[in-house]
Ligand binder design. Structure first.
Ligand SMILES: NC(=O)c1ccc[n+]([C@@H]2O[C@H](COP(=O)([O-])OP(=O)(O)OC[C@H]3O[C@@H](n4cnc5c(N)ncnc54)[C@H](OP(=O)(O)O)[C@@H]3O)[C@@H](O)[C@H]2O)c1
Length: 248
């Protein structure tokens, strides 16, 4: 497939590497221009282009920018044909994104994105931490392969999203419609807890809409307390341990 990725940060970089290694024709862009994209992002054959070029003549667009940057990319997406599958990896963190009133009132994050973009999206790769995403992918059928939930309203879009998740090294789990996708938002049991497919269904069912935002903010506070003094920075597994303790 021809795939355009907007955002080559923690998640977009691994998406670029894995999807081009899987044989897809991948273009990537950030906000600052193709010359600023690191060579390792392009190591498996992806091409660096401008943000406007990344979304033209592709079968799939993947948005991997912070939620509060989505309004900047929305005008580019408005010209993308309806047949193109748009996949969004974003999560809402008020400490980073600023408070968004509709989401604070309980609007499902992916439905806020749908409203903003004026078109359907697939929600995928939002519930895997960047370190796990970069280092824990395995071939299909491997024991203990980590699962990634995928939510969508359109069956064709869901199939495309789930297929690409599998190609990045993770079991794709059908997490239902976008209206149900609050079950994979920050603070829920399946969020960045590195579960298997078997564990994921129970975790989605156990999600608690009222408590997840509080748990999300507790996780941010705990991480901020540990990061930054140069001596106590947690290892990559700290985040998985923390999310399991707080969210499950
Ligand atoms: N980090 C995680 O563990 C993780 C896990 C799952 C999901 N997510 C979610 O996935 C999304 C991306 O997260 P991340 O951690 O990968 O972010 P990140 O490391 O901060 O990278 C963000 C990327 O988006 C690009 N970008 C920002 N505004 C843009 C614009 N207007 N046009 C094109 N590119 C733009 C940035 O480019 P410039 O540097 O040039 O601005 C950068 O390449 C977020 O919503 C996040 O919540 C993150």
């Amino acid at each position: 497939m021809r795939i355009g990725i907007l955002g080559v940060g923690h998640i977009g970089k691994t998406l670029s590497q894995r999807l081009s290694a899987a044989g897809h024709d991948v273009k990537v862009a950030n906000s600052r221009g193709p010359d600023t994209i690191d060579a390792d992002v392009l190591g498996s054959g992806a091409r660096a282009v401008s943000a406007a070029e990344a979304v033209v003549d592709v079968d799939v667009v993947i948005l991997s920018v912070p939620l509060n940057r989505l309004p900047q990319v929305a005008p580019l997406i408005s010209d993308v044909p309806a047949a193109t599958v748009v996949i969004d990896t974003s999560n809402y963190y008020p400490a980073r994104d600023g408070e968004i009133e509709a989401i604070e009132r309980g609007q499902v994050e992916s439905l806020w994105v749908v409203e903003l973009l004026g078109r359907p999206v697939v929600k995928a790769w939002n519930a895997i931490g960047s370190d796990s995403f970069a280092s824990k992918g395995k071939p299909a059928g491997s024991p203990g392969r980590i699962a990634v939930p995928v939510a969508a309203d359109d069956e064709r879009d869901r199939k495309v999203g789930m297929g690409l998740v599998e190609e990045t090294g993770f079991d794709a789990v059908d997490a239902g419609t976008l209206a149900e996708s609050w079950r994979q938002q920050p603070g829920t049991p399946c969020y960045c807890t590195d579960l298997t497919r078997e564990e994921m269904m129970g975790a989605l069912a156990a999600a608690d809409a009222a408590r997840s935002p509080k748990r999300r903010d507790l996780a941010v506070a705990a991480i901020m307390e540990r990061v930054g003094d140069g001596t106590t920075n947690p290892d990559a597994e700290y985040s998985v341990r923390l999310h399991r303790a707080l969210f499950m």
